[in-house]
Ligand binder design. Sequence first.
Ligand SMILES: N[C@@H](CCC(=O)N[C@@H](CS)C(=O)NCC(=O)O)C(=O)O
Length: 229
Amino acid sequence: MERTLKLYTDPISPYSGVATLALLEKKVPYEPIHVSLKTHETKSAAHSERHPFGKIPVLETVDEQGGKMLLRESQAIARYIAEKYRAQGVSLLPPLNASSEVIGRFEEAACMERNYFTPNVWKYTSEKLIKEALGFGPPDPVELARYFKEIKKALTVLDKTLGTREYMAGPRYSLVDIYYAPWMKALFNDAGHKELLVEFPNVGDWWGKMCDRPQVQKVFELMGSGTIV
Ligand SMILES: N[C@@H](CCC(=O)N[C@@H](CS)C(=O)NCC(=O)O)C(=O)O
């Protein structure tokens, strides 16, 4: 039986935002432990013991016998929380008796985020908001245009999908919406691309519903408006 949850996190990190949002939606108490991205604490010896690639977030669970488990990778953490706490908070997964078709569609939506949307937002926001701050020179307009084109391609597909369903993976809010949320914030708010909400109106409607959720508001408040690392 699990007793304590610790989340090694830096609130400005979108990947940590995914894990945090899952914990908040499932009403799971946890202790946040700050691992600073700015001071490269992710690469310290202590953190390398927690994550072999020196990344956050990491979730640490301790059972009643004192046995520890470290779980790495934002989506693995969010999925663990959604599975373990199925009975509390909002449901984030297909029901246990879901058809193969529903599960297939759910995983398809998750893969779309992981493979076509977020990697391009990550590259775009890194180029636009972080590169210069780290001393690697000004943003390269050619690279920015290349990533932005890919982002718009992904949003075109998403807008079509969201014309047929309320949320990313189906009629209900789910884990997949959580995967998208911090990266959409990075694109619309931090990188200043709110015009995309008009250009892609179904994405705009979805974003409106997301921003109405108190848990989403809380995570965005924690993330602040700083740069993303
Ligand atoms: N695939 C990982 C990516 C985690 C990741 O890249 N985290 C960033 C912060 S958003 C990080 O720890 N960067 C620190 C570094 O690379 O030193 C996940 O989903 O958790």
